[in-house]
Unconditional design. Structure first.
Length: 190
């Protein structure tokens, strides 16, 4: 039985933007995210204004990477997560987001990203991203290998224990709520 893809890339190919075949390094991913931001004709048509849910649109996918346009409105964020085996490069295209880095035994590190600001992380990089300014704020995220799985960090408030849940990389990340039936459509791919 054929399945309908969850996300269909907006572009058939990035061609000249991708520096080489194979898995890209975090430096290459950050550079690619910056180059996509510099080409608004690629990402602007995928910007979504949705006050109820953070929107993410697949702009490109191949065997070694995927690239996404994320639209953020006030109150929207990811919660702490890692990208499992994938490296990430991200660049702010419009508005602004706040990236928090988890610090053991101290205050989270808070970084405010504005248009043109970029970041990168290798596999296992733990962070959360939240809307900061603009309606919407827009970021470009590029992952290599493709972001098929993430680790979502949850706090069991009654006992103060942090727990890591493996989640599909193509599903909505939330601050603290666990989405019901999140694996249903993803497992059809395997």
């Amino acid at each position: 039985m054929a399945t309908v893809p969850q996300h269909v890339p907006a572009t058939a190919s990035f061609g000249e933007l991708i520096p080489r075949d194979g898995i890209l390094t975090p430096d290459e991913l950050e550079q690619l995210a910056q180059e996509i931001v510099g080409r608004p004709e690629l990402w602007e048509p995928l910007v979504r204004v949705d006050p109820d849910q953070r929107r993410y649109e697949l702009i490109h996918e191949d065997e070694s990477l995927d690239a996404w346009v994320l639209s953020w409105m006030p109150g929207q964020g990811t919660g702490f997560h890692d990208h499992y085996i994938s490296g990430v490069g991200l660049c702010c295209a419009a508005g602004g987001v706040r990236e928090d880095l988890m610090v053991y035994g101290g205050e989270d590190v808070r970084l405010h990203l504005r248009p043109g600001d970029s970041r990168q992380g290798g596999p296992g990089y733990i962070h959360r991203v939240r809307h900061d300014i603009g309606e919407p704020a827009v970021t470009i995220h590029v992952y290599s290998p493709r972001l098929d799985w993430v680790g979502q960090y949850r706090l069991e408030e009654s006992v103060g224990v942090v727990r890591r849940e493996v989640r599909p990389g193509r599903n909505e990340l939330t601050d603290q709520l666990i989405a019901e039936r999140a694996l249903d459509s993803v497992l059809e791919r395997f």
